[in-house]
Design a protein around this ligand. Structure first.
Ligand code: ATP
Length: 290
């Protein structure tokens, strides 16, 4: 019986015509999806542990965040999801008791290196919080805020930048005629979209969202979910959610943290929800605990 010619196999990169067809079809499908670019990691997390005083909240986590994808962080209360999220843009620096070990690389550089300015880092990795927190300023000034702080406002068409961010946040149609009204006068869902507009106005590489819809009603939640999917055409999104259906609906990748700050499984969202590797993850997904 003749053996396959391994050299030819290596050279052609495929074993037969059917394989080639399958690969071409997959590549074509990849190309026709506007979000599909060659997959690359924006953030690489390496052996990350976080402590609050003596309590360890994250245990040696390794993970990568793919560009222009939605990555969901799920797991029971207290398992370290928010701690992990805050580690990515050094928001834990603001908590006295917090201590971080390990590396978080953005574009290959460890954000915990001594020469990294956390404020500049947070412009590259923006954040949207659980409760909408617009500044007590006009809608316009909320969105323009970051550009002004960065000193960019004088060099660009600020009106256009504000409109563009509000459009991207799916809020423009609702506020175009009242840009000078206070951001605080908007509904909760509109306030959250305003906060998203404020975050994207400075063109961050990554947007972190900590349960961005948990304070909103179902209609406002659905708008935020649609918006997140839309945003992932241009931005990388990492979202903490308690809502497993939400994670399944909107994310490409899911990380499951379990008690003690352990990242138990990280994979394609469909794999996590349909066929997880770990029994503990299956038990959590099917509601046996948590
Ligand atoms: N500022 C803090 N000071 C001290 N301990 C903290 C602080 N923040 C979080 N922790 C502790 O770290 C652990 C992880 O908390 P974290 O908020 O990251 O979990 P979580 O998964 O986001 O929880 P939840 O889903 O309830 O928001 C918990 O034991 C929590 O009590």
């Amino acid at each position: 019986m003749s053996q396959p010619d391994s050299n030819e196999e290596e050279l052609t990169g495929s074993t037969n015509y059917t394989d080639e067809l399958l690969i071409e079809t997959a590549v074509e499908a990849e190309r026709s999806d506007p979000r599909r670019t060659p997959e690359s990691n924006v953030i690489e997390v390496d052996d990350l542990s976080v402590y609050y005083d003596d309590e360890q909240a994250l245990r040696s986590v390794d993970m990568a965040v793919l560009e222009k994808r939605v990555t969901a962080l799920i797991g029971p209360s207290g398992c370290g999801k928010s701690t992990f999220l805050r580690s990515l843009n050094r928001m834990n620096d603001l908590i006295d008791a917090a201590r971080v070990e390990g590396r978080v690389k953005l574009g290959g550089k460890n954000v915990y290196d001594g020469n990294v300015d956390p404020v500049a880092l947070r412009r590259r990795i923006g954040m949207v919080f659980q409760s909408p927190n617009p500044f007590p300023k006009s809608i316009y000034d909320n969105v323009a805020y970051g550009l002004r702080v960065q000193g960019k406002a004088d060099n660009i068409d600020l009106d256009q930048a504000v409109e563009c961010a509000l459009r991207e946040a799916a809020l423009w149609e609702e506020v175009a005629d009242k840009l000078e009204s206070s951001g605080l006068d908007l509904s909760g869902g509109q306030q959250q979209r305003l906060c998203i507009a404020r975050a994207i106005a400075v063109d961050p590489e990554v947007i972190l969202m900590d349960e961005p819809a948990s304070a909103l009603d179902p209609v406002a939640t659905s708008k935020i979910e649609d918006l997140i999917e839309q945003l992932a055409e241009d931005y990388t999104v990492v979202i903490v959610t308690h809502n497993m259906q939400q994670a399944a609906r909107i994310s490409d990748k899911t990380a499951v943290f379990l008690t003690g700050g352990e990242l138990v499984e990280f994979d394609d969202t469909t794999k996590i929800f349909e066929n997880p590797e770990s029994q503990r993850v299956e038990d959590y997904i099917t509601g046996k605990f948590g």
